[in-house]
Design a binder for this molecule. Sequence first.
Ligand code: ARG
Ligand code: ZN
Length: 861
Amino acid sequence: TTVRLSEYTPPAYLIDEIALVFSLEPEATLVAARSHVRCTGDTPAPLVLNGERLELQSIAIDGALLTTDKYELEPGKLIILDPPVQFRLDIVTRISPATNTHLDGLYMSGGRFCTQCEAEGFRAITYMLDRPDVLARYAVRIEANKAAYPTLLSNGNKTESGDMENGRHFAVWVDPHPKPSYLFALCAGKYESIHDAFVTKGGRNVALGIYVDPGDSERARYAMDALKRSMKWDEDTFQREYDLDVFNIVAVRDFNFGAMENKGLNIFNSSLILADAETATDADFEAIEAVVGHEYFHNWTGNRITCRDWFQLCLKEGLTVYREQEFSADQRSRPVQRIKDVKRLRARQFGEDAGPLAHAVRPSSYQKIDNFYTATVYEKGGEVIRMLKRLIGKDAFERGMQLYFERRDGTASTVEDFIGCFEETAGRKLDDFMRWYDQAGTPALKVHGDYDAAAKTYHLTVSQRTAPTPGQTSKHALPIPLQVGFIAPDGAIIAGKAEGDDIARTEHHLVLNDAQRTFRFSGVLEEPIPTVLRGFSAPVTLDQNLTIKQRLAQIAHDPDPFTRWEAGQAIARGVLLGEAPEAAPALAEALGRELDRAQQDPAFAALALRLPDLNELLLAAEDPDPEALHISRETLRRAIASKLRDRLLPIASTPSETPFSPGADAAGRRSLKAAALDLLAALGPELGETFVTVFDGAQSMTEAMAALDALGASGSDKFDAALTRFYERWRANPLVIDKWFAVQAASPRDNALDRAERLRTHAEFNTRNPNRVRALAAAFAMRNPRAFHERDGGGYRFLAALAQDIDPHNPALAARLLTPFESWKRFDASRQAHARAALEHLAALPTLSKNTREMVERTLA
Ligand code: ARG
Ligand code: ZN
């Protein structure tokens, strides 16, 4: 059954109020739901409620029990045949959270109850109109054994609590804000918690709490700090204030995703809450700050204004990713943040757009919406917002956001509703811009420049083309914002007057609206080196045909940091893809100059020192040969490392800074140290002793992991001993043991597949814990492409077998593990045959879940 955007119909019934009573027992929880239901039309139709994996105990309408002839139970549905137009509906269901391995609906993790309802998990709790355009006010009474489950949490404010008979107790939570069922949450169990407060601009005193496993609370301090900074930032930047007296976060060990924005009760994967110097890397701290922000920002973009249907997912996700990225940029270094965002987009989204799983930011059909929580919806969705701002200008964008918050508050909205606000504030139609939402694929830009020295004019011709994607054979031209600037070979800024502009400028904000266009500039005093995509102004690929010399000038002089970084990456790509192998020495020199100025911005220098990764090269190459590309990448890295060795060694050996600070400056210095270690690893095992010294002296997880990575990548025989020491030290901390799995699975050593197979049979490998599964599967298939694409297909079979193991108990997780197969059609016939066989083996399993089947079929199609 395919769901289509074009087939959306408004709900025939609404539920305005719902009172839930949970009597919690691990294997037999009773859920009593009392809803106030009303028909929206005048001809009452059967009421169809969603429900999965439920044991129906009773149904009553206005207090009268329904006999079995008055309703029907179908797979996934409860149909009440002939309901009144308005009534009170009482439904009691029984569920078994302890045996719910899907990790959606109500389940147990580490002996505690928790929920995950987005997108369609609420229907595994009770029968409900489980769709985002049905908004209800929730009142929730939770009853449980007091000793086993002392803390009882749900959305909104706690209005009542007390003791009951038989050692049980209860709490009542009331959420005054109408919300869709996917934002419902409940947590119950024994926690340790930390508390703080935030006073909003309007004077509301908000009690903040973070609930974690006993023993973990000190490691939640950074998340609390990030939460308070998020609340302040949203007030200062978007004038958004929090709207309840309580904001709680609960950390859960077994969680399918990163985190969830349930109203007033965010639930997080514990990996995105817990951090301290010894157990978390700087990347973890950064991710915690970003995701705490992201979930908090959803309170306005997602919760107050939600989605009409799941096709509009980007309405909340793309916008919230954009807000989260802006927050991170303001908290840290804006240019460094931009480069990291672009790296992530290219690594995750460009490959998706280029393969069989390509879909629009707003997809037009799905089988399981779970499979569309993708880099395209999130990351490209964020880029679309950033482009909107560029295209209509900061002022119209900001006024449009405020208009959106006012006008759409309390509604379930569409992308059209959102864009409509900006049409008003910008005073023009944005129909052409809407194509960014509905057309899949990454536009490829080609640029050609012509300088007329006599006339002092410069013509910049830019064309765009988007390759066909599944279901979309012909593509339109998109409005592509170009941020253009010119420099001279010596670095001087060259101004010019763009046609239609009234003055000469040093930077031009242009828009490519057509398949091809020539932009004309006058008063250009010397032949310029053009940059057309400063700040990565659009999510496109760019064929710019610059010479090595021109790119070196950009690295040295372009005023835009993104361009400086990108120019180095472009030279490296040229060397590695065999287009300009002669540029290797010049690249090494340029990176040497980055080291000279590294003290000014170590985080930037660290990014510059990292060559494009193997996945990026596999995507850019004509006929990608993973082994050959790996070798050429290592050869280039070795050449650079030997040249810079004497300067990299002292950086790599810098003692850890104490006391530890998670801030951007100290993290930037550590990232430079890590980049130095990474490059030095290309010299092979000879520096093994150095890496061991760094590992043993590391006072932070960032440095320990960087040293461990280097031991792995260098082929050193000291890798295993270091791994053993690491394991012994951290065996009690599951989040660190995840890193132990990941560092091995991602290590580009010979026999990586054997190691992955051994890890899979390790006593601590556990297919029930998504973090552990991803530590092995995603680290192997996404971070170790050389092993994943191993010639004999072993890597493909490994990933498919893991998915097969996991599918019966956790379909959402299994399906998403298969994402790395998205690239399979780019490889040679023999690899394709192996990938196809692995996928077809899955397709032939009669009991494969709907989630995984959809992924397999789309990938094969
Ligand atoms: N809304 C959550 C977030 O972006 C993610 C929910 C994931 N759910 C899913 N079915 N994939 O913060
Ligand atoms: Zn989100």
